[in-house]
Each structure stands twice: as structure tokens, then as C-alpha cells.
Design a protein around this ligand. Sequence first.
Ligand SMILES: O=C(O)CCC(=O)C(=O)O
Ligand SMILES: [Fe+2]
Length: 247
Amino acid sequence: MQSATAETLHLYRIDGPPNQMYYVPNFITEGEETRVINNIPSNRWQSLSKRRLQVLPTALTPNNTLIAAPLPTWLTDPIANRITGLGVFYGAPHGINHCLINEYQPSQGIMPHEDGTAYYPIVATVSLGGTIVLDITEKQPCQGEPAKRWRIVQEPRSLLLTAGSAYTDTLHGIAEVKEDVDLHPATVVNWGLLGNSDSIVANGNANERTTRISLTYRDVTKVSKLSSSIFGKARPNANDRPSFRPD
Ligand SMILES: O=C(O)CCC(=O)C(=O)O
Ligand SMILES: [Fe+2]
């Protein structure tokens, strides 16, 4: 199957979780994957206990505002531009203006969480390096019923889009395991969309984790231009701005 376009995106919709999630295998090429990995600055990682992280163009202020600055070209050309071309950020106030880079070693993961209101409710996640399973859990199960759960396999070079009630009504997390097991059509909601399910089957329906990097592209809804009230004078050139990294 050719990669998705705005016209064919509906073919990539994941059936199962609340609307809407889309999985596009091979969204980028191996050459594009290598180039973006090689461009990730080695000196900007923040080490967290279970992964490492960097935030581009900068971390948000304590009240979730992005100080306007462009994303670097190696994150926009071709990846963010190609995502925008799918039409999914149509209606978002700024389009893609922010990217989180997370790196997970085998046994590392991220607790179930929601991304919250700092962002327009669309997330575009591109995976690099290794394959991983994302666990999606219903946020508010019906009374007396267990929370519904769905498993999504994310292969390297794939794109996962999460929008609508999938964004607002579910939690997402990655288990801290060395290997994802019991992967087959009945347990993985995007099985039919995978680019290479054969390799999972050949590995005994399991996925041995290797280093995986994710690029999480979003639209931060509150954006502030550098203003005279902060720095005493207007700065017309964004490249000329002082490094301002509130944490
Ligand atoms: O690495 C991922 O795919 C998930 C990252 C994530 O959920 C986040 O940074 O909010
Ligand atoms: Fe998240």
C-alpha cells in the first residue's frame, strides 16, 4: 500500500479504540529515519528515571505557554510538513509548533497518562529505531465494568495519529518490559495495518525491545511572542533571542 494522503487517510483508521486513531506504516523512509536520528542534538537530553527527553523548540512556561520560535528544519522537512499535508491539523490554531523527543531503552516506558489541555487535541507520533507497544486505556469506564484496553504496535518509521475522543477519553502508556508478548490479530488493534507483522509472527508473536525514539508533534495552544514586557525591547529576529528555558 502507498503511504497515506489526505484522500486515503481513512484507510488507516484503527478500528476499536474511541475515534479517532490512525496508524500509517512506513510513513518515512529508512534514509529519512537515519537523517532525523543523526540530527537529534546529543547535548540537549534531559534524563528522566525511565526514559530521556528533549523538547523543541523549548519547554513550555509554567502556565503552558510556548515562547514562539521555529522548529528546526530537520524536524519539519519532511516529517512535520508531510503530517500537515494529511490535513489532520486543519482547524488547529497554529499547526504543528512543538515536538517532544522521547528515547526509551528496553525495559523503559511511560506511565499511563493523558496529554491534557496545553495542546490542541491532535497528536502525531513518529517512531524511530525499535518497535514498541502503546497501551490505550479507557479513562472513565462504565460503572462496575473494567476499563477497556487496546494495544497498538508502533513500528519504526510509522505514524500514529490520535485525535477527538481518543485524545480526550483515554490514557496512553508504554509498559516497562524488555519484550512485548502475545501479539496477534486478536490482541493488537492495528494488526491489519502493520507494515511487517510477519517479523512479529516469526519471532513467536513477540517483539524484543531495542532503543526506540519517538517524535511527538503537537500544537501548543498558548503562544506568546517575545515581548518588550519580558525583555525590555522588541526583538524582531527570532534567531537572535536569548535562551529562555523555563522549566
Ligand atoms: O513515546 C511515545 O510514543 C509517547 C510519548 C508520550 O506519551 C508523551 O510524551 O506524552
Ligand atoms: Fe503522552
